[in-house]
Write a new protein. Sequence first.
Length: 317
Amino acid sequence: MDIVNQPHDKFFKETFGDIDVARDFIKNYLPHELVQIIDIDHLTAEKDSFIENELKELFSDLLFKTHIDGSECYIYFLFEHKSYQPPLTALQLLKYILAIWELKTNKEKQKKLPIIIPLIVYHGESRWNIQTSLSSLIEGIEKIPGTLKKHIPDYEYITYDLSPYGAAEIKGGAILRIILETLKSVFKKDVQEFYRVLKRSIIAIEEIEQKEKGTEYFEVLIRYIMNARNDIGVTDIYELAKEVSLERSEEIMTIAEQLIQEGMEKGMEKGVEKGVEKGKMETARAALLKGADMKFVAEITGLPLERIQKLKKELKS
C-alpha cells in the first residue's frame, strides 16, 4: 500500500496548496511586521513550476503572491517542506529564487525583481540545526572585513520547526491545526500518543462546517498516515475512527481499497518488465504489512486466499 514515494511532500503539497490554508498560515506564522504590510485577502497561487528535474524530490514547489503595502508591486512567498535536513538548503532555495526572477524578467519582461520570502516548514525527528543564511555556506566568509561583505550575495530564509524539539506553536484555524499537528506527530515512536493526535484530528474534522471540505481533508489525512507510517494498520485506524464517527470509519475502508487498487495498477505497469503476478504479490505484501484483512487483499488483487495466507505467514516469520 506504500505507493507514494514521498508521502510527506505529497501531504504538504495537497494541504498547503489550498489557498485558505496558505492564507491562514501566513496570517498566523509570518513576522508581525510583514503581515501588517501585505494584502492577505489578495493572496493568489502561482501555477508555474520552478523545479528542475533533479530537484523534484527535494521541493514542494508552492508559490503565492500578494500586494505589498497597498500597491501593485508584489511580494512572493515560496513555501518548502522538509522532513530531513539537507545541508545546502539555502543554496537550493536560491536556485528557486533565481528561476522565478528569470521567468519574470525573460518571459514576462518585468524590469524589476519581485520580493521573494522563502519559508521552510520542517517536521523531522530532531531540531532544525542548519544555518538559515546563504553566507553560512561560503567558505572563509568570516575572514572578510565587514565593508567588503556587501559584495557577496546573501539572504536568509524563515524556518518553522515542527519537530518534537521545535518551538513552533500550533495555531490557526481548524484545518491548519490538523495539518500541523499531523506533521508534528507523524514521526512519534509512541503509537498510542500518535493515535491520540489522530483522534483529535478526526474530531476536529467532524466539526468543520463545510462537510465537503471536511471529507476531502479526511481522505488526504488518512492516505498520508497509511503511506507515512508502517507500524499502523488499516484495522487500527478503522477502530479509532469508529469511536468518533461510523461514517468516517467506513470511509477508511474505501480509502484502503483505493490505495490497494492503485498499488495493484502500479504493479501491473511493472508487470510488463517483471511479470504481472509479481506486481500483484508486491501489492499484497504492502497491504498486509499495513494490516489489511486477508480476504480483502485477495479480493482486490485477484490472488487466491491460500496464497495470501501463505504470504502473511512468511511476513510473520
